[in-house]
Design a protein around this ligand. Sequence first.
Ligand code: SF4
Length: 285
Amino acid sequence: MREIRKLSNSALERFTQCPLSFFHQYVNEERPGQEGVESFYADYGILMHFLVEMYPRTNFYKDSLPFKPSNFVSDGDINGVLNGFSNQLMEREDPLTLEQMLIIYEELFPMIDFPNQEKRDEYYEQGLTYINSIPEMDWSKVVGLEAKFKIDLQNGVVPLKGFIDKVERDDKGLIVTDYKTSKPYSHNAIMAKPQLPIYGMACFLMYGELPYKYRYDFVRFGKVVEVEIPIERLTEVKNVIKFKYMQMLAYQRQGSFPAQYQDFYCKNFCGFNRLCDRYKQFNGG
Ligand code: SF4
């Protein structure tokens, strides 16, 4: 088995969903690829994240916010293409304009493999509306874009790493924003997730203060949901992460990660169901 060297929000989410799926994604030495998972959702997210990051970065924060060029540049994959565009945009003088964002959208949207025309049309129109609104947004308070963080959880727990889409500072303090291309979550669902408390801890380390407001910007629906998160919740999440890490180590010592069957997740998001006896038990094969 591979050693667990770091944690991330997505690794923790996968572990919570199903330890066996986490094993295949992060620990299995054979590194099996995911199969049968729709790619359109992730690819569309990558495209929208690129535009909403690069517009303010090149127009207002070219020299003041850190940017690391990516080595992974490729023509055959939307992520690789966008990495190449990011590198070029940061090298040239001119900022990214609305017109250029629309050209990039028109060029790259066809690379996304949607399951049907209806979904394609729906996502296309929603994306177009959002892109047209990007130049109208208030970009004057940004202090972080794709802000990279590393949280040392101590007590022998490996570091927790990730990126925050946007951090702003207004006269009351810090505001954290995460862009989502999913349907809007309810307030309760947001409060149950560890993602925003993790970002709160990260802000404390990076900026020396806790955000007073956290936002999910549901880009396809023009809806922003804001929450406040008390410091006790950050402590609670930190303890839950430590506990989950101990569980990971225990499963590693035992030499097996348990399968946690949830029909919808197993069929649509796991990507490793071909390797899963529990899946075969429920679905034949
Ligand atoms: S198919 Fe379901 S139970 Fe099996 S590994 Fe994937 S998520 Fe876990």
